[in-house]
Structures are given as structure tokens and as C-alpha cells.
Design a protein around this ligand. Sequence first.
Ligand SMILES: [Zn+2]
Ligand SMILES: [Zn+2]
Length: 182
Amino acid sequence: MEPPKVEKFSSAARGNGLRAVAPLRPGELLLRSDPLAYTVSKRSRGAVCDRCLLGKEKLMRCSQCRVAKYCGAKCQKKAWPDHKRECKCLKSCKPRYPPDSVRLLGRVVVKLMEETPSESEKLYSFYDLESNINKLTEDKKEGLRQLAVTFQLYIREEIQDPSQLPPSFDIFEGFAKNGILH
Ligand SMILES: [Zn+2]
Ligand SMILES: [Zn+2]
């Protein structure tokens, strides 16, 4: 593997960043990484494939939760390792559907609990993200607290106790990092 062309650094005033460690040519690819986690939004749900996000008229539905939809058997199979645990949660909270940020954080948690860290975590991890909790207004904090409660209800099929979460993971902070505030 080629040596990395960028490194992580942090500055007290501006937070974390990446900087070049080798001479660069214009247009040169510095870094490519799959996201740690992603999910279709409520708006696109049912209209695009849960894995490749391709829009298609006829999508295949997960026979377990009947929520996740795929463009074909190949995507469904590839999506299963990431969907397996959320599938039970989605099924258990039916007929309700979780807020997008709750489903997304569920996927983040599952990823962080994997034994082999995701490729995207090597350079810049979820724990490096700033939560900006101190900058939130009381209203937004209250919103996050409610999301945290919704999250615990959503995930309880898989995680009943905070001790089962990844080490040093905090649900409230997780939402602040996700940056989705309603
Ligand atoms: Zn697909
Ligand atoms: Zn499913």
C-alpha cells in the first residue's frame, strides 16, 4: 500500500483537520473512503436501494423487517452484515419507524462494535468528531435527550444495557456528533 499523503492534526482554535505530508499534484486523489455508516432518509425510503441508493421502480423487500429494500439479490446479500442487527430493531418497533438520525446512529453503533475496525475509521474515527455539546442551546439539548430515549427504545432488541455499547460511547454525544438536530 502506498504511504498516506495526508495526516491528521488538530489545532486548538479550529478543531481537527487533515494536512498534506508529501508534495501534491493538482487533481491528485488524496483519500478515498467508504462512509462508516449511512442510511436512506425517510423521504427516499422505498424508492431507492438501501445499499447502493439506486432509484428503481421495483425493489426487493427484506422478508424479515419488510422495511429495507434492495435493487436486487446481490445488494441484499452484501447489505446483510450491516443490516442484520438493525433488521431486528426495525421489526420490533413496527408499525412505527424510527427517525432517520436514530436509524443512522444504530448503524454507527453496530459498525463501532465490529472486531475489525472499518476502513473509514483508520485515519479519522467517529471518536475524533467534535460533539459541540457546549455550544448547543438548551432547546437543542432537550431535543437530543428525547432522541436518546427514542434510540434506547429502538435498539433494545439488540442492546438492553448501556454497558453493551462500544466502550466510551455516549448516546447523547453520538447524536450531537451526527449533527442531525430536529
Ligand atoms: Zn442496490
Ligand atoms: Zn430486514
